[in-house]
Design a protein around this ligand. Structure first.
Ligand SMILES: NC(=O)c1ccc[n+]([C@@H]2O[C@H](COP(=O)([O-])OP(=O)(O)OC[C@H]3O[C@@H](n4cnc5c(N)ncnc54)[C@H](O)[C@@H]3O)[C@@H](O)[C@H]2O)c1
Ligand SMILES: O=C(O)C(=O)C[C@@H](O)[C@H](O)[C@H](O)COP(=O)(O)O
Ligand SMILES: [Zn+2]
Length: 354
């Protein structure tokens, strides 16, 4: 059974057999089809893709190394070169089969090759299914700064097949769960309470769909993040800085969702101190998020590094560091500019749990 959510000029299909993708390919005469995977999705997901699309006999496979550290210009150049060498033209299609790294770098490479070819997203991690594949943010990291190069480019379609999650490890499932928690905190208290009642491994199609609905409600109203869409960035001003620091300094860096978990605790603190979030709500959020994600251990010695990353956040204006902060659980406000000393206090709050 296929269900569909309509987004900005494209649809998100929930489809256990990729029949919607089969229909999409049959109703669009693309000159060539390119499939972008990483090594893991090539191993675990490509066989599923091929099983459901027996008529797709002709495609060129582009495979990159997995991991956040590879969401960079060098791998992007490699993808562009493959498109060039294999004769991609403006009527070609890029199929991004992977997690958020693949949907981000693949969407960026496709949206810039020959000034843009069509691409579709087939998200294969929980995080990419509930967040990364929807909304048209594409991009790569540079000099350790998250998503500093990129485009707003809408896919032609998104095809979500929850069976891909069966080969995803628990840590990756929990990482994606962070974005679902975020959706509840910024938009739907009842949804947050539903998530609190289960463990990340107990997620189901209905909860995945609810997260996509929430993200889609927001991005259809503000596709290029001029205002409202910034609420989807709750936890990310500090979370991205922690993720970038960990990527640059840790042998086994935090995953995106783990860093956002830390960021959400810090930004819930700022929501309480500066935006009226009740103390009991701050405690509820802190206690719950700490129960899902181990506290990342750091101290004041890295604060300057974190501030340097935050100074590159895309929500900033004229050097003022921008945040989306909660008013209450389920309601989030944006374009709140926070002084460095207040940010430091939120980091002290988080580090007090070490
Ligand atoms: N564009 C957006 O709106 C948006 C939203 C949220 C996050 N992001 C970005 O997404 C990235 C994180 O995405 P992610 O968490 O999916 O990471 P990821 O793409 O690195 O995937 C995580 C790991 O799981 C492996 N994998 C993927 N699917 C698998 C499967 N079905 N079975 C087994 N292994 C599988 C991958 O090879 C990788 O090793 C970050 O770069 C983040 O900035 C973008
Ligand atoms: O879609 C959005 O908008 C988001 O902010 C979703 C985030 O979860 C995601 O990590 C996004 O890539 C962050 O955007 P950025 O603009 O801070 O790079
Ligand atoms: Zn995120």
């Amino acid at each position: 059974m296929i269900s569909e959510i309509k987004s900005n000029n494209y649809s998100v299909f929930f489809d256990k057999k990729l029949e919607a993708l089969d229909d999409f390919l049959n109703s669009n005469s693309y000159s060539k089809v390119f499939v972008l995977t990483d090594r893991n999705t090539g191993e675990y997901c490509l066989p599923v893709f091929k099983r459901y699309l027996p008529k797709l006999t002709e495609y060129d496979l582009i495979e990159i190394d997995p991991g956040e550290e590879n969401k960079n210009i060098d791998f992007c150049i490699g993808i562009w070169k493959m498109l060039l060498d294999f004769g991609a033209d403006r009527k070609s299609l890029m199929v991004n089969l992977g997690g958020g790294v693949i949907t981000d770098i693949g969407g960026f490479a496709a949206s810039t090759f020959k000034r843009g070819i069509d691409f579709v997203q087939i998200p294969t991690t929980l995080l990419s299914q509930v967040d990364a594949s929807v909304g048209g943010k594409t991009g790569i990291d540079m000099d350790g700064v998250k998503n500093i190069i990129g485009t707003f480019a809408q896919p032609k379609a998104v095809f979500i097949n929850s069976s891909f999650l069966s080969t995803l490890d628990d840590r990756q499932i929990t990482s994606g769960f962070a974005e679902m928690i975020k959706h509840g905190l910024i938009y739907d208290y009842d949804y947050f309470k539903q998530l609190k009642a289960i463990s990340p491994k107990e997620i189901n199609d209905q909860l995945v769909r609810r997260s996509v609905e929430i993200k889609n409600d927001v991005v259809t109203k503000d596709p290029t993040e001029k205002g409202l869409r910034k609420i989807l960035n709750f936890g990310h001003t500090i979370g991205h800085a922690i993720e970038s620091y960990s990527l640059a300094n840790d042998s086994f860096p935090l995953l995106h969702g783990e860093a956002i978990g830390a960021g959400m605790i810090c930004e819930a603190y700022l929501s309480h101190r500066l935006n009226g979030l009740p103390l009991e709500a701050l405690n509820e959020i802190t206690d719950y998020v700490k129960s899902i994600f181990p506290v990342y251990s750091f101290g004041e010695g890295i604060y300057e590094d974190l501030f340097a990353y935050m100074r590159n956040d895309k929500k900033n204006t004229s050097g003022n560091i921008g945040f989306a902060l909660l008013k209450q659980i389920g309601t989030c406000e944006f374009d709140i500019y926070v002084r460095q000393e207040d940010i430091k206090e939120s980091l002290d709050y988080y580090c007090s749990f070490n």
